[in-house]
Design a protein around this ligand. Structure first.
Ligand SMILES: O=C(COP(=O)(O)O)NO
Ligand SMILES: [Ca+2]
Ligand code: NA
Ligand SMILES: [Zn+2]
Length: 311
């Protein structure tokens, strides 16, 4: 079923488990995410960044958004697990407009690089606008270091729990992404992962709404090693250990954004297959191994987040 993200996340918030939000850019990743979620009998959130929409629409934003809605709805309406489609890191109004018009389940307005008051103002407008079409909204407070699609933040600016309370009350936002120490991409931490659990606990207490963990890929050693065996160069790649993410779920994280792990799993399989099958030129064959690794990551994540069996 194609459902609202709010429905999926309110249930998860009540029962203290989390649902992964997997980023896609194409059919191949979408197929394996759905397959994995069906096998795990789990709800799943599909999300696309602004870059993914530009990529799919070949620059035509509305066409890209519409293509993803049609692909995801086609899958959702033929399986009996709840599936939502979410605009990830919406920063420009034309993407938010396209996602709302195309029929996304939810949109993120990411104005977290703006000063608090500005972020609040922008988010409040988007909430009014999206809610008028029955679409739920995610916003972000604080900044994740690293590249966020087209905005690069130098350093982590952690969320202020007291500000979060005011922000949620004033904007009516449906779910909130608190910056608590993660960052996007494959190179997250210099040393050990350090997430501010106390701060997360406080944000949940003061807001009481579903919370989102960005930059939540674990960058599993297994796929990094395999990719490097076949000439990848991912030296120093480091993610958030699954145990740390599980602690976040216990403290109130309900949506766990995962992009990098699928990319690394896929490229490991692709490199391996191409190297081992120099005669192969059928994409249905040479994509297969990487697609199966994507499915492995999906099923493992659904399991450890507690979403398995919750469809
Ligand atoms: O936050 C993410 C994904 O983060 P990763 O790079 O850790 O997969 N998307 O919005
Ligand atoms: Ca941001
Ligand atoms: Na998001
Ligand atoms: Zn993110």
């Amino acid at each position: 079923m194609y459902v609202s993200t709010k429905e999926i996340l309110n249930k998860a918030s009540k029962e203290f488990y989390a649902v992964p939000a997997f980023n896609i850019n194409n059919l191949e990743f979408l197929m394996k995410i759905i397959e994995g979620a069906v096998e795990k009998n789990a709800p799943v959130i599909i999300e696309t960044s602004e870059g993914a929409i530009k990529y799919a629409g070949n620059g035509d934003i509305y066409r890209g958004a519409r293509l993803f809605v049609k692909m995801v709805r086609e899958f959702a309406e033929t399986v009996n697990i709840p599936i939502a489609l979410h605009l990830d890191h919406g920063k420009h109004m034309e993407f938010i407009a396209a996602a709302i018009r195309a029929g996304y389940s939810s949109v993120m307005i990411d104005a977290s690089h703006e000063p608090f008051k500005e972020n609040l103002k922008i988010t409040k407008e988007v909430v009014k606008w999206a809610h008028a079409s029955g679409i739920s909204v995610e916003a972000e407070l604080g900044q994740l270091a690293g590249i966020e699609d087209n905005v690069s933040a130098e350093k982590n600016v952690l969320i202020d729990p007291e500000e979060a309370k005011i922000f949620v009350e004033e904007t009516g936002v449906d779910f909130l992404a608190p910056a608590i120490g993660t960052s996007h991409g494959a190179f997250k931490f210099k040393g050990e992962a350090k997430l501010d659990f106390e701060r997360l606990k406080r944000v949940k207490e003061l807001t009481g709404i579903p919370l989102v963990l960005h930059g939540a890929s674990s960058v599993p050693e297994k796929y990094v090693k395999l990719a490097e065996e076949f000439e990848a160069n991912l030296g120093g790649a480091k993610g958030v250990p699954a145990e740390e993410i599980k602690k976040c779920v216990k403290l109130g994280i309900n949506k766990v954004n995962t992009d990098t792990d699928l990319r690394i799993a896929f490229v490991a399989g692709l490199r391996k297959h191409l190297k081992e099958n120099p005669k192969e030129f059928d994409p249905r064959k040479y994509f297969k191994e990487g697609m199966n690794f994507v499915k492995e990551v999906v099923m493992d994540r659904l399991e450890f987040l507690g979403a398995a069996g919750k469809a």
